[in-house]
Design a protein around this ligand. Structure first.
Ligand SMILES: [Mg+2]
Length: 123
């Protein structure tokens, strides 16, 4: 469930999935804790990589065919959900600190990839 911590402002319903609304909420979260002093790009990148490592840890030593089963329900599903959220939150924060509009950048890159990697006929 979104925004169970009451101090986090809840964006309007039509913006719940907006990257910019999330960026603003993460920035506000950090500002209210005076964490901006720690959020230089390198530190955020290292935190992001650490969170990617936590995702990897959930799959480490698990047989390839069992990953979807172990992370598909129950405690495993909650853990992968939490770690992917950590990755996303640090990515959003890093992009914000670097003044990158993450949604725009991603849409632009996807459009370039569409040209770079032509679709396979019949798929
Ligand atoms: Mg984590």
């Amino acid at each position: 469930m979104l925004h169970t911590a009451s101090a986090v402002p809840c964006p309007p319903a039509d913006r719940l999935d907006s990257v910019s609304a999330l960026t603003d909420a993460v920035s506000d979260f950090a500002a209210r804790r005076n964490w901006g002093q720690f959020h230089d790009p390198k530190s955020l990148l290292l935190a992001l990589v650490g969170e990617v490592g936590e995702v990897a840890e959930l799959m480490q030593w698990t047989r390839e065919g069992a990953v979807a089963v172990e992370l598909g329900s129950g405690d495993g599903a909650q853990r992968i959900r939490d770690e992917l959220a950590d990755v996303f939150l640090y990515l959003v924060r890093l992009a914000d600190v670097l003044d990158v509009d993450l949604a725009d950048a991603a849409w632009e890159k996807l459009a370039r990839n569409e040209t770079r990697f032509p679709p396979v006929n019949g798929v």
